[in-house]
Ligand binder design. Structure first.
Ligand SMILES: Nc1nc2c(ncn2[C@@H]2O[C@H](COP(=O)(O)OP(=O)(O)OP(=O)(O)O)[C@@H](O)[C@H]2O)c(=O)[nH]1
Ligand SMILES: [Mg+2]
Length: 504
């Protein structure tokens, strides 16, 4: 290896040669300039001015080129992809009308659309500030709007409801900032409220401190699925050293890159808070004091403003799509709830009729009940509730198979029913046929539940899944269901006994 003094000499020698070369270049250049200047003096003024103009142009061009090459590269343009399969407003309106004709509650959907219209008319951009409790959401609002004074503090769970604040950006846009309850807040309704506000916003800002935890990633994933601009703000970076900050930013970016949202950016910020510092008193004594931490929001504000400036119409349409998808989901939920209620009524009614028919018949046969009038009617009515075309062939195949399956389970049902019946006062007088009647009612109830599940899950009356559900449902909640049917029987039986027509 070469000793270091040799290295130093070599470098000094090279520097000296370079300097001499520069000196020669300078002498040559000045010689050239002087000779050009002398020649120019002999030429007419118009030539001198034109020559000077061209010279100045070339000099300015070179300067501009040099500035272009050396200046900081501009940030890459934000690419905003189009929304994924957006639902149109007309589709939502026609779904609402359809639900109204079916008698389904559409209040939530209407309220949500009205809120969206009001926001459109207002013309503001809406930014929902989400994040865990104590991530600094309210502190951030305080930093942007010192007069707003939302409550904030070191004890988590301070913000308990969605609160909105109007903020004018430095560029003059009006933004409604929604301060949300923490997403890990205890209580589902609060979380639900926060998520719904995120759906209504143009941009969601998710605040975190340091690397993302598993639950935070889960939340972010849900927010990413809203397909709208998602800003991940790493807050409280005043608490991190330079190396720690670089590491955290890298980790968060890695994790966020796995999310499916079309527009995501990671920024760092200091929302505020407090810091400790040492103060020197005039007597030379040092004291520790707590002072306010100055906010650092430049990166955050720039990112938000960037999205707004880039394509405000796109932000609007992404927000609309998210609201429409959510309203459609709410409409589906209400429709399902409505259908389930109706279907339960149908099944309850037919199970009751099955019990009574079995009691009334001299020699009641399960096949007569199931495959006859009652069974077919119940399946047909359930298909009507779910707006699934009723096919006689599938229905009779299903009823035949149910009959066979039910006959196999009948001894078990009779045994359980027998035990249960003993517990009911006044049952002894009609225990004979009653046991069978209750078992038949239960089979109707099970068949009805299996058909509901099939229609809900498969959208069609398919025998195979229906039979599987039938098996699953048969022993489900047996005591309570039998108890209900025994009561039906008792009410009917007591009436007959009173009128002297009881079977005994
Ligand atoms: N050092 C520091 N502290 C901060 C910063 N931002 C917020 N804090 C502190 O973090 C604590 C929680 O802040 P909040 O603004 O109440 O948090 P929040 O997210 O609104 O909390 P909840 O309303 O409970 O969900 C407070 O003590 C703040 O002073 C920051 O950038 N740096
Ligand atoms: Mg708060």
């Amino acid at each position: 290896m070469m000793p270091s003094w040799m290295n130093r000499r070599l470098v000094s020698l090279l520097a000296a040669i370079l300097l001499v070369l520069l000196l020669i270049l300078f002498l040559q250049l000045s010689d050239l300039l002087l000779s050009v200047w002398q020649k120019l003096q002999m030429l007419p003024p118009w030539f001198v001015y034109s020559y000077g103009g061209v010279f100045a142009l070339i000099l300015a061009g070179s300067g501009w080129l040099l500035w272009r090459i050396t200046r900081e590269p501009p940030p890459p343009p934000v690419r905003l992809p189009p929304p994924v399969l957006p639902l149109k407003e007309e589709e939502i309106t026609s779904r609402i009308e359809r639900n109204v004709t079916l008698g389904v509650d559409v209040e939530v959907a209407r309220r949500e659309l009205a809120e969206m219209q009001a926001r459109r008319a207002g013309g503001e951009f809406h930014v929902a500030i989400a994040g865990d409790i104590s991530s600094g959401k309210s502190t951030l609002i305080n930093a942007l709007l010192p007069d707003a004074r939302p409550e904030s503090g070191p004890v988590g769970g301070i913000t308990r409801q969605v609160t909105r604040y109007l903020w004018h950006t430095p560029a003059g846009d009006r933004i409604i900032l929604s301060d949300l309850p923490g997403l890990n807040e205890v209580g589902i309704p609060l979380q639900q409220e926060a998520r719904e506000e995120a759906i209504r916003a143009h941009v969601v800002l998710f605040l975190c401190e340091g690397d993302l935890t598993r639950p935070q990633l889960h939340e972010l994933n849900l927010l990413a699925q809203l397909s709208k601009p998602l800003l991940v703000g790493i807050n409280k970076v005043d608490r991190l050293s330079g190396d720690e900050l670089a590491m955290v930013v890298e980790r968060v970016k890695e994790r966020v890159a796995l999310l499916t949202a079309p527009m995501i950016r990671v920024v760092t910020l200091v929302a505020g808070g407090q810091k400790e510092r040492l103060r020197l008193l005039p007597d030379g004594q040092e004291i520790r004091e707590v002072v306010a931490q100055p906010p650092q929001l430049v990166e955050l504000v720039k990112a938000m403003q960037g999205w707004i400036d880039q394509d405000p119409a796109l932000l609007e349409s992404l927000r609309d799509s998210a609201v429409f998808s959510w309203v459609a989901h709410k409409l589906d939920e209400s429709l399902l709830h409505h259908r389930r209620q109706k279907a339960d009524e149908v099944v309850g009614d037919y199970s009751r009729q099955a019990v009574l028919a079995a009691m009334a018949a001299v020699a009641p046969g399960l096949d007569v009940l199931l495959q006859g009038y009652l069974g077919v009617r119940m399946v047909r009515e359930l298909c009507q509730v779910y707006e699934v075309p009723f096919q006689e062939i599938s229905a009779s195949e299903l009823l035949k198979k149910t009959d066979q399956q039910a006959l196999r389970s009948l001894p078990m049902l009779l045994a359980i029913g027998g035990n249960l019946l003993k517990a009911f006062p006044g049952v002894g007088t009609m225990a004979g046929g009653a046991l069978h009647a209750v078992a038949y009612g239960l089979i109707f109830d099970t068949l009805g539940r299996a058909v509901i599940k099939t229609l809900e899950n498969r959208g069609d009356l398919l025998t195979h899944p229906a039979m599987r559900y039938f098996e699953e449902e048969l022993s489900e909640n047996l005591d309570a269901r039998m108890g209900r049917l025994i009561k039906v029987l008792l009410e009917a039986g007591a009436e007959k006994l009173m009128t002297g027509k009881g079977k005994g």
